[in-house]
Ligand binder design. Structure first.
Ligand code: MN
Length: 240
């Protein structure tokens, strides 16, 4: 049977896990789908956001319980690299397609991708039932060390302490790293502290920030087996 374009696109998104799935039996796939439909515990934690303004047109989709596969196309090479490793190390599946006014600069596209991805993550978290909520990491990238600390609180706060030596990495303005983190944290509802303790290479500094975020996201969105079904707050609700 000839594959429709939609099917082959899906297969590309699935990446490594897709090929593993192909070898599994049809019965197993059917059972997996049935379990996903009926079991509340395995309810899909996915989000999708389409955002169109005069400056950018952006479509994103995330699956918190993915394998870290990604399809990223923002038109900015270095930024694609950062989002690709964010997906990989968080194990959150991500699709990001952005067409922005890059003839002006990279600001609108970077910020708006942060907004859309943040909204998609918030959507996927739902009422945050069962999540681990807190996580921290010291993330080394060669000579650079970043500390990233996360509380999925529903109360957006960003503390970002990183200094870059150059204005640009590739064609990407280094000041936009902070802009992206701000947009993402505000829209996902995160209390997020990022501090680069030391480092000299700007590519490594940016990469340590994104990889650090990836690792804390991976840990904090994970379902805590000792608190399944509970909202991890003494108030009984997060974000209020
Ligand atoms: Mn790199």
């Amino acid at each position: 049977m000839a594959r429709t374009p939609a099917r082959s696109a899906k297969a590309r998104v699935q990446g490594r896990s897709g090929s593993a799935r192909k070898t599994g039996s049809k019965a197993l796939a059917k059972t997996t789908r049935a379990v996903a439909r009926t079991s509340r515990a395995s309810a899909a934690r996915r989000g999708a956001v389409k955002r169109i303004t005069k400056e950018t047109a952006i479509e994103v989709a995330v699956d918190l319980d993915g394998t870290g596969t990604s399809v990223i196309d923002t038109g900015i090479g270095f930024f694609d690299h950062m989002l690709d490793l964010l997906a990989r190390h968080s194990r959150i599946d991500m699709a990001v397609r952005a067409k922005g006014d890059l003839h002006i600069d990279h600001h609108h596209t970077t910020e708006d991708v942060g907004i859309a991805l943040g909204q998609a993550v918030k959507q996927a978290l739902g009422d945050m039932r069962g999540i681990t909520r807190y996580a921290d990491v010291h993330l080394p990238m060669d000579e650079t060390l970043a500390r990233v600390v996360l509380d999925i609180s529903g109360r957006p706060v960003l503390v970002f302490k990183a200094e870059f030596g150059r204005d640009k990495v590739g064609t990407f303005d280094t000041e936009l790293v902070r802009e992206w983190f701000h947009a993402f944290a505000m829209n996902a509802g995160l209390t997020l502290h990022v501090e680069v303790l030391y480092g000299s290479n700007d590519h490594h500094i940016a990469e340590a920030c994104f990889k650090g975020l990836a690792r804390v996201l991976r840990a904090a969105v994970a379902i805590d087996p000792r608190a399944q079904g509970e909202v991890p707050s003494t108030k009984g609700t997060l974000g209020n």
